[in-house]
Ligand binder design. Structure first.
Ligand code: 5GP
Length: 538
């Protein structure tokens, strides 16, 4: 039974309607100054807190509800005879519900040029205390900290006459989280303002235990960041397959970020293994993009994670027949494609993320190192300048392909070098990538260039063009673009690129040996552009 409720809110949204609803159910209402005025103006009968406590609101409103007649009424253990007798003796009436929202501390401190005094006045003391008292005694008391809960509470009261323990428990947790967040904001502000210390607080919720971590003997969990808008794995719905593993989260996140780099203008596909896109392509259809991405590394694509910005259709689904894939992440799945993929494998994880085409709602990324957290703004831009630095000027018609290639580098672990090819006018694919090498030249010599030739062999045999493999290979390599995530420290990378017929190179530039690098390019007939922006990814 709810007999008495205390309403004291800073944000008055919906409070009169809520109070009217309570009144109609026979609940007596107690309230503080500003809230009481609004309720009286709305024709609702209200008892002032000062009447209950026998004390006026004092200290300029700093002390309103901080009184045993209020907190005794909230905290009294109903099942304790002694406490109930004590309440009676001290003339304390029980309070069964509070609806409180706090002084807007965060809004206040986010205002330009706010003074310390104003911030301090906006530290609510009585409000959190009311919420904490009510939430502590949630077995008997309902603690409302959010106007969006008024409706469901009234509905429950109307239909059952009581508030269930389940609801009270959920609202109590919400109230404690709210006051914890509130205190965290005060700590962050005062640490900075009074002590010059920077505090980083993060709130992750809804943690789930994963089957294991990066390896079987490691424990792992995934927590959601409820504040982040836009497409996130936390918002994806799993339509089919085994639960996601730790590595699945890491790789699916890379796949998602990589596809997002390419925008929504064309169907795009990223194929990720071990936190690197081994395939990346755009196409006129999803099937075409998927085939081209697969061609970027058909060996590594085994057991991969696929992400696309397109609704997954049956043609793309049938392309995967006989191919082992761990996850498909897409904005949606056509019903026939979904059916097909469900039958393909019990384990294949199908993740639907309707927000996938939206922008990411965060400007920062975080990385935990033992004993600390690194925070940095996301690597959002692509280049600072577009400066052709060679005798042979960099052709403008290679710019879109070069941008695509740079985007591939951005998502690939350093040192990264990517080769990209315009396999059809306006549509691009990664021909091969070199990732994660401790020196740049190996990323080209031992990886990207070698792999490109292997991949071209597969495409050549499938498409069977009327030319020799050597000629075919030479032609493709001479048309493709090579992008590097950072400058070339020596001219050796250029020499290896030229040996493989590569003629267009994009790099940030900025090495002390840029002169030698450019001279090698000029000598070997390579044209090169400097972008001025490095894209390391560790
Ligand atoms: P009202 O507008 O009703 O006068 O004040 C409502 C606000 O007062 C709410 O934000 C509530 O959290 C806060 N409040 C309630 N009791 C006290 C108290 O004893 N001291 C302070 N500083 N604030 C209180």
């Amino acid at each position: 039974m709810v007999k008495r409720a205390l309403l004291s809110v800073s944000d008055k949204t919906g409070i009169a309607e809520f109070a009217r609803g309570l009144e109609s159910l026979g609940v007596k209402i107690i309230s503080t100054g500003g809230t009481a005025k609004i309720l009286r103006d709305a024709g609702i009968e209200v008892t002032d807190v000062s009447e209950v406590t026998g004390c006026p609101e004092m200290m300029g409103g700093r002390v309103k509800t901080l009184h045993p007649r209020i907190h005794g009424g909230l905290l009294c253990l109903r099942e304790s005879k002694e406490q109930m007798a004590e309440a009676e003796r001290e003339d304390i009436s029980l309070i069964d519900m509070v609806a409180v929202n706090l002084y807007p501390f965060e809004v206040t401190i986010s205002k330009e040029g706010v003074e310390l005094e104003e911030a301090i006045e906006n530290i609510d003391i009585g409000g959190p205390t009311l919420l904490r008292s009510a939430a502590k005694n949630y077995r008997s008391v309902t603690a409302l900290s959010d106007p969006s809960d008024y409706g469901r509470v009234l509905k429950e009261l109307r239909s059952t006459g009581v508030i269930s323990e389940e609801t009270r428990a959920a609202l109590a947790v919400k109230a404690f989280r709210h006051t914890a967040d509130y205190d965290a904001a005060i700590d962050t502000y005062l640490s900075k303002t009074l002590l010059g210390e920077n505090v980083l607080r993060m709130n992750f919720t809804d943690g789930v235990k994963l089957r294991y971590g990066e390896n079987w003997h490691q424990k792992a969990y995934f927590y959601k960041d409820p504040k982040i808008e836009g497409p996130t794995l936390a918002k994806a719905t799993q339509l089919h397959g085994k639960e996601l593993s730790y590595n699945n989260y890491v790789d699916a996140d890379n796949a998602l970020q990589t596809v997002k780099e390419l925008g929504n203008a064309n169907p795009a596909v990223a194929i990720v293994k071990h936190n690197n896109p081994c395939g990346l392509a755009t196409g006129s259809t999803l099937l075409q993009a998927l085939q081209a991405a697969w061609d970027g590394d058909p060996i590594s694509a085994y057991g991969s994670i696929i992400c696309t910005n397109e609704t997954f259709d049956l043609k793309a689904a049938t392309f995967l027949n006989g191919k082992f894939v761990e996850i498909i992440l897409a904005p949606d799945f056509n019903p026939d494609a979904l059916e097909y993929l469900k039958n393909k494998s019990e384990n294949l994880r199908l993740l639907k993320l309707p927000d996938l085409r939206e922008a990411f709602g965060t400007d920062y990324t975080y990385k935990y190192v033992i004993g600390g957290m690194l925070k940095q703004s996301r690597d959002i831009s692509l280049y600072e300048k577009w400066e052709s630095v060679t005798d042979m000027s960099y052709p403008e018609e290679k710019r879109s392909l070069s941008e695509f290639c740079l985007k591939a580098c951005k998502s690939t672990k350093s040192n990264s070098v990517n080769l990209a090819y315009e396999y059809e006018p306006g549509f691009f694919m990664v021909l091969a990538m070199g990732a994660g090498q401790p020196n740049r030249v190996d990323s080209i010599r031992k990886l990207a260039a070698t792999k490109a030739i292997e991949n071209l062999k597969v495409i050549y045999e499938r498409e069977n063009p009327e030319t020799s493999f050597e000629d075919y290979c030479q032609k493709v390599m001479s048309e493709c673009v090579m992008a590097s995530d950072a400058f070339f420290p020596f001219d050796d990378s250029i020499i290896h690129a030229a040996e493989n017929n590569i003629r267009y190179i994009v790099s940030p530039g900025g090495s002390i040996r840029d002169g030698e690098v450019i001279a090698a390019a000029n000598r070997l007939g390579v044209s090169m552009v400097f972008t001025g922006m490095r894209h390391f990814l560790h």
